[in-house]
Design a protein around this ligand. Structure first.
Ligand code: NAD
Length: 458
């Protein structure tokens, strides 16, 4: 039935649903969050299969990085009753007697647009926030992961009323049609270039946006480290989902004293993870499509290959690859890699590494491997990024109590846990006065009152 409705009709029906007030009760929100959890739990097989088809994603990775979004639902369920409560604030003397409080209210109809790399999780995570905050939602999954898009659509249609949550499938044209409409918030995850298109479209309606974008996330490796753990954690963060992760370490900035040992360890770890021939490993994903495969295959020429470098265009395979002697001017160091290619840049002094980072747009994530507290402090103070993870990679995204989002070119706004609720709510400020006292200091005639005002201002 949904397919027969125009985008405009779907939005109109959702507006009626929102206006009815039913999404506002906390009991309703809790019920819907539980339904979403059940929907995911009852459909794990289809989710795993879809991601296998779209990205050859290993089942463990699908559980650890897509289905694990259930934990965000549990977090929301645990805290929602406190999130929805109005928060009392202190009032200045002249406002007394009275009370002030911040009253979170839902925004209305929210649009969620998702990317293809974690095509399930990155639609469901904002959806959880939108439900918790009491909104109606339209989601548009990425057409580039068509099997997952279809599964999201089937699940939502089966478990939710389209006047409350609807899926609109399609590509750029459909996305543009959606963006031409007025929403109360647009939550977009994708590339920086499309982020600008989304923001421009939203500006026409003064619609607020959250933009979860990408970029080149650097990873600094100091010499004061546990080598084995460092190599394992970098290789895992880089090669999970074949490097198609927005917060994968994009390139390494390595202290030259540790570089030979680190390169050895990384090669060892890659073998440990995926065997002699990663193409035969069922634990290694594939590049999503021909376009991305060709783009990445070109980047392999931008340096000296230390390990990997092999490709197979029939199944979009690119081996986990490390490249050395890379010029900062080459495309591999200019664009977001978003694939299993890890360039190595060496530095002698930490200032060089920091300067390279600060010359580029602000990244979504920044990684530092070092035991040295002074170095940790320096990197935190002298660089800016959406988030930082010290002595690990990618794991920061799994902490519901740490807001997730970019800064500058890597995005606008944040979500996960309470941040999702806050982003998709309006914080309404309410001042409530009592009738029992009405001091006349602010009313005309003003004669004789100026001194009091001056004293109040201080
Ligand atoms: P994309 O920007 O190409 O597409 C994202 C969505 O926008 C898709 O649903 C697509 O249909 C739609 N779209 C594409 N072109 C459009 C246009 N011209 N007008 C309107 N809509 C359009 O991104 P992608 O290729 O799917 O994902 C990769 C990018 O996303 C990378 O840059 C990555 O870093 C970023 N990303 C960021 C996060 C994050 O959490 N910050 C997470 C995953 C991916």
């Amino acid at each position: 039935m949904l397919a027969e409705l125009s985008i405009n009709d779907i939005i109109r029906r959702q507006r009626i649903c929102f206006q009815s007030g039913k999404t506002k009760s906390v009991e309703f929100r809790i019920e819907q969050l539980k339904t979403l959890k059940r929907a995911i739990q009852e459909n794990t097989d289809s989710i795993v299969k879809a991601l296998k088809k779209d990205l050859y994603k290993p089942e463990l990775e699908t559980y650890a990085t897509e289905i694990s979004i259930i934990r965000e639902i549990d977090y929301a369920l645990k805290h929602i009753k406190s999130w929805v409560k109005p928060k009392k604030v202190r009032l200045p003397l002249e406002q007394l007697p009275g009370t002030g409080y911040i009253y979170p209210e839902p925004l209305g109809v929210v649009l969620v647009i998702g990317p293809w790399n974690y095509p399930f999780q990155l639609i469901i995570a904002p959806l959880i926030g939108a439900i918790a905050a009491g909104n109606c939602v339209i989601v548009k999954p990425s057409e580039i992961a068509p099997n997952t898009s279809a599964v999201v659509s089937q699940i939502v249609q089966k478990y939710f009323d389209p006047t409350y949550i609807a899926v609109v499938e399609g590509g750029i044209d459909v996305s543009k049609q959606l963006l031409a409409e007025k929403f109360d918030h647009i939550f977009f995850t994708g590339g920086t270039a499309v982020g600008k298109i989304v923001m421009e479209a939203a500006a026409k309606h003064l619609t607020p946006v959250t933009l979860e974008l990408g970029g080149k996330s650097p990873c600094i490796v100091d010499s004061d480290i546990n080598l084995e753990h460092t190599a394992r954690r970098i290789a895992w963060g880089k090669f999970i989902n074949a490097g198609q992760t927005c917060i994968a370490p994009d390139y390494l900035l390595v202290n030259r004293q540790i570089k030979p040992q680190l390169l050895d360890s990384l090669q060892k770890v890659i073998k440990e993870f995926y065997g002699e021939d990663p193409q035969q490993s069922s634990d290694y994903a594939r590049i999503v499509n021909q376009k991305q495969f060709s783009r990445l295959a070109e980047l392999l020429h931008d340096g000296e290959i230390v390990t990997g470098g092999t490709t197979n265009s029939r199944d979009f395979y690119i081996a986990p690859t490390i490249i050395d002697r890379v010029s900062l001017e080459k495309p591999v160091m200019q664009e977001e890699i978003f694939g299993p290619i890890l360039p190595i840049i060496e530095y002698s002094d930490l200032s060089e590494a920091i300067a390279i980072i600060n010359e580029k747009p602000k990244p979504l994530a920044l990684y530092l491997f070092s035991r040295n507290k002074d170095i940790q402090q320096r990197v935190l103070q002298e660089t800016s990024s959406g988030g930082v993870c010290i002595n690990d990679t990618v794991m920061q995204v799994g902490v519901s109590s740490l807001p997730f989002g970019g800064v500058g070119d890597s995005g606008i706004g944040r979500y996960h846990g309470k941040a999702s609720f806050d982003t998709l709510s309006h914080e309404k400020s309410v001042l409530k006065k009592s009738f029992w006292l009405d001091l006349k200091w602010r009313y005309a005639p003003y004669a004789g009152k100026l001194d009091l005002i001056k004293r109040l201002i201080g």
